[in-house]
Design a protein around this ligand. Sequence first.
Ligand code: SDX
Length: 458
Amino acid sequence: MPNNKPAIGEDLSQKTTASLNGKNSLTITDNRTGKQYDVKIENETIRAMDLRQIKVRDDDFGLMTYDPAFMNTASCISRITYIDGDKGILRYRGYPIEQLAEKSNFLETAYLLIYGELPNKVQYEEWANNVMMHTLIHENVKKFVDGFHYDAHPMGMLISTVAALSTFYTDAKNISNPESRALQIYRLVGKMPTLAAFAFRHSVGRPYVYPDNDLSYAGNFLSMLFKMTELKYRINPVLEHALDVLFILHADHEQNCSTSAMRNIASSHVDPYSATAGAASALYGPLHGGANEAVLQMLDEIGSKSNIPAFVKAVKEGKGKLMGFGHRVYKNYDPRAKVIKKLADEVFEVTGRNPKLDIALELERIALEDDYFVKRKLYPNVDFYSGLIYQAMGFPVEMFPVLFAIGRTPGWVAQWEEMLLDSEQKIARPRQIYLGRDAREYTMMGKRPQEKKPKSEA
Ligand code: SDX
């Protein structure tokens, strides 16, 4: 992270580096030629394209940067989410996540992420109505869900059905039309819970429950998941609030793996449903949104507090990871994990304490004192405690990444639209360093070395 951290409330968008020798620039000397180049510094970055002028011969391609996994590469300018990983700060459009979790609700936070400001009463009611009027899905989607095997992973079902929405809403291809983009945003935010609930109901062999738009966003989702034969599902307000807060905490997180996938895929100007399916696919991975499912599996594997020392020893020997710990950006406690930890107490008041919480708390205590984790700045992240709450609320572990995807959808669509409206953005197409074979002539079969076995079996 840049060392001149922004003051609270400072507008980051026009930030430039404090002057060095009165110039915001680097002077680079190419020792191969002795030539010097002045490269501008702006917002704590240099433009990679400015390095292309650095050549030995005039017909050289020029220098590039090499940055596997983009550890130190800004792919875009964004005004949506700000993270200070060292200080454990997370803000949506400048508002601290702790305040939004305490005072806002998920639909209002989604509006904030997408439109940039907190809505007034009229704006909120119009937004909430637009979303809730788009919770139904085409009846044919049920046939896709019916077609999955009984034990199909709900995330695989969600990814497939959100992609399928692109076949129903062909107007979504019109990505340059603001009204069309707005309509697809209503549909995606409105329909993700329905697709998720239908996947869950299929996996437990129960009939689908249609949306009940009298209920809140989280309440309607709980109804579609857990309603049985009663006419109206009775919402538990504590669980409804907990789920709403969890959605807020997951709503955006700047250029994480799945959001980068969303931007990358959508940069080809494909429709937002296909791009969202790609983003959800990235989220599904156990290193990303699949981690909360992996945390519960890890806690099950540990089984009891007495087994923690042996498990930690194995992790330190490189035999597996402490799932739910560590983060590419946070080198401090993930602020979302702090909120979730407090939320757990509220939920367990209603559901009964999840016995795995004791293992998780002891695991955290030990890890935060152990030099292996301290040295690597490995702290609990958003996934470490969220699964314990979800499980206590009655969700099977397979549903955890699906819940993450519902929460993250406003972030994905906000970043999608920001990318489309950014005049500097174009189709994403990184370069590479080629270290493969040089040019060579095709060899006819008879002239090739006749090894006994194919290379792969050698
Ligand atoms: C999310 O990017 C986002 O913003 C993501 C997210 C979001 O909201 O979108 O915050 C959501 O994905 C949270 C992260 C969920 N994933 C997990 O909990 C899985 C476990 N965590 C790790 O796999 C890891 O910490 C990552 C993937 C999260 C981050 O990996 P990095 O930044 O690539 O770090 P690294 O793998 O290079 O690790 C640095 C060192 C290594 O040790 P050395 O090679 O230096 O000896 O730390 C070790 C790693 O082995 N390490 C861990 C560890 N995480 C890193 N060791 C044990 N357990 C871990 N969890």
